[in-house]
Design a protein around this ligand. Structure first.
Ligand code: ADP
Length: 259
């Protein structure tokens, strides 16, 4: 069976300090349809800090406070997912990981076995960083890097990053009106991978650079990544369910590009 990883950014799930229920519902509906089409889906979800902030509005600029907010918000986020999956008679599950899991082949094997078992039972694994023991993604990355590791080590053929932007543009669309979306990317240059980070929302720490780094990591390992809009799921639906690449940027490993 085909396996994919879907990553949803905090920018998509949260707005003005709280989780947007309609967007979460649309995402859960998409996952249900993908499963019905025989696709195994692992979800990597940000949004715990935003969810926590709705219960305890403390200053998010301190890292310790963001860790505390993530600890408060993670169960709330999971409760919201559980309620939405229950409408489709589906179970979901919480899998908290930190990047160092993937530095040990033994820990990676344990985590993969748990995820494989959840998927085999039709349960959706919802992965997030364990923010009390590991702060990498809270500081930098917003789960882009974590989702690339998850896709590679848990053997998914594709990572889909659902973002507040609908594609990777040839220049920063915030500064250039004539920026054009790129449809297919087969190589990412060093300058692009090291560009300044561009978070433009209080809950976003990733920006486009961490998405390019995630794509580069996967392309070098023979895997694909699609960057598409998380606000309007039309492009990701047609790509995954109808095999039509309308919008969004597809990052392809060199081996596939030459075929
Ligand atoms: P999310 O929270 O959805 O994971 P981010 O806001 O962290 O996403 O990162 C995506 C943002 O990066 C876009 O909204 C856009 O403002 C910015 N950006 C900068 N340069 C580019 C580019 N060349 N192509 C696309 N987006 C870019």
């Amino acid at each position: 069976m085909r396996r994919i990883v879907l990553k949803v950014g905090s920018h998509v799930l949260a707005e003005s300090g709280s989780v947007v229920k309609e967007r979460m519902m649309a995402l859960v509906g998409l996952i249900h349809d993908l499963q019905a089409a025989g696709i195994e889906v692992i979800l990597v979800s940000s949004g715990a800090v935003a969810a926590g902030y709705t219960l305890l509005p403390i200053d998010k600029s301190s890292l310790a406070n963001r860790q505390a907010l993530a600890a408060i918000g993670q169960p709330l986020l999971m409760k919201m997912y559980q309620e939405k999956f229950a409408r489709f008679n589906k179970l979901c599950s919480q899998v908290l990981l930190s990047a160092d899991v993937f530095e040990s082949s033994e820990h990676t094997a344990h985590a993969k076995r748990a995820v494989d078992t959840l998927l085999a039972n039709g349960v959706v694994p919802i992965i997030n960083e364990n923010d009390t023991v590991s702060v990498d993604e809270l500081v930098f990355g917003d789960n882009d890097r974590l989702s690339a590791h998850v896709a590679h080590y848990f053997d998914a053929s594709l990572l889909v990053i659902l973002s507040d932007i609908d594609a990777y543009y040839d220049k920063d669309p915030n500064c250039h009106d004539d920026a054009k979306p790129r449809k297919i990317v087969t190589h990412i240059g060093d300058a692009e991978l090291c560009a300044e980070h561009t978070p433009n929302n209080e809950f976003a720490t990733g920006g486009i650079v961490t998405k390019l780094q995630a794509a580069d990591f996967l392309m070098k390992r023979g895997r694909r990544m699609l960057l598409a809009s998380g606000f309007d799921l039309h492009d990701v639906r047609s790509f995954l369910l109808d095999d039509r690449h309308e919008g969004g940027t597809l990052f392809l490993p060199g081996s596939e590009a030459q075929e």
